[in-house]
Design a binder for this molecule. Sequence first.
Ligand code: NAP
Length: 496
Amino acid sequence: MAPRYDAVVVGAGFGGMGAGIQLDRLGLHDYVILERESDLGGTWHVNRYPGLAVDIASVTYSYSFEPNPNWSRLFAPGAELKKYADHVADKYGLRERMRFGTSVDSARWDAEHQCWVVTVAGGETLTARYLLTATGFLSQPYTPPFPGIETFAGKIIHTTAWDDTYDLTDRRVAIIGTGATSVQLVPEVADRARELTVFQRTPIWVVPKVDMPIPPAVQRLFARVPITQKAARLANTTALEALMVIGVLHYKQAKPLNKAAALLAKAHLRAQVRDKRTREQLTPDYDFGCKRPTFSNRYFATFNEPHVRLETGGIERIEPDGIVTATGAKTEIDTLVLATGFNLWDVNFPAIEIIGRDGVNLGKFWRDNRFQAYEGITVPKFPNFLSLNSPYSYSGLSYFTTIEAQMKHMARLFGELARRGETTFEVSARANTEFLDRVTGKLGSSVFYGGDCATARSYYFNQHGEAALLRPTSTVNAHREAVRFPLDDYLYGRAG
Ligand code: NAP
């Protein structure tokens, strides 16, 4: 029995779209992209809260092979990212390969027919020679189990399910959480609400955002002379690379740089917040870089406003009309905004049940052993499977760096398959172990292990305290390895 498709891709965000573009380039045209949401764009379709914008300059946060000269600002607003995703899907013929509202339950390797059997909600099954999951890192929204939350009589909004029809004017609002989402949202809600209380458990490092509109003349220059935008991309990407490699990955060797970033954030806080106690409450006690730092020129200043209050007491329970903290103090509200982020390590790795060779369950394998994936993309005992959002896969600060490194890995791997006239691949256990040893060895120099991250509550760390999300090498290294990895790190075969 031949499988129905060359490939099934799970996820129609930028990762899944990059995978689709690469499959076409490799001549594997018969693929389908399954997407649980009603539209494409992943994060940029789901997140629509006020203030949403990229936090990596747009010249870099885009495919290198598909520059967009029309970004309106250095850091484009979320709606422009969605528009860009639509443009890419149409230009590269991806939209007609997408099936929306199609939630994948599980995927199982069929050893007899050497293909993947993918089951979607409702019971339909699809067969494919290759399976690629691009389900994102921050795609499973998290709502903490606050006692009494089900009794709340007002409106509850999670930031991943923003209700555009709900008017915040004159509302008494609480925002729980102070991550990157909250940093963007707080000033916007403060502009509209009558009262705003921000519930903070862990403060976040915030540095100034050097943002501005891109003048039409510059947009025209980018469109007419694309090399100018390429140069801007190179300059920005190099700066980000330096920040990541020196400040985070080589923390041990370059502590002063990391400390300088923290000083900048502290100076920013001092310049913006008048009240000393509020400043103290907003100051993190963990090292810069333990958690993804954020950028904002408005977040801190919002706490000067008379109708905005920072609450640092732990949340004890939620009542129909308010939030009660451990001290017994109650904040009366009518609107509860959950900026409480995502669950990465319990439900996201992997986001669906995946059963490989010999009945090995990927989620169980990762939890019983260590989270691992060769080059952040393949796993032993999972033939013909590319896990694009794996432990140790995220390289650098812009997700597009990771996507394009993985597209290069695909080109080398599928190119070798074609050269050999084979149809199946599986990474060897030896290559996987060597990669894991190498990356975990490198982490020793990083801020994650060398710095003080104990109180950060960072999603970079998994439930075992391992910083298994980011690939601890430069993006240059990740891209070099993607085009040079030893071909005999894989075992090849032929279906049938
Ligand atoms: P997050 O960084 O995980 O923040 C979640 C917040 O909710 C944290 O402040 C957390 O506090 C709080 N929280 C969770 N459980 C809680 C509980 N039981 N009680 C009290 N507080 C609780 O999520 P996020 O802000 O959505 O950001 C996630 C990531 O998305 C960012 O790091 C960034 O990579 C990405 N992002 C990017 C952009 C952009 O580029 N434009 C914008 C937004 C987000 P603790 O810290 O104490 O756990």
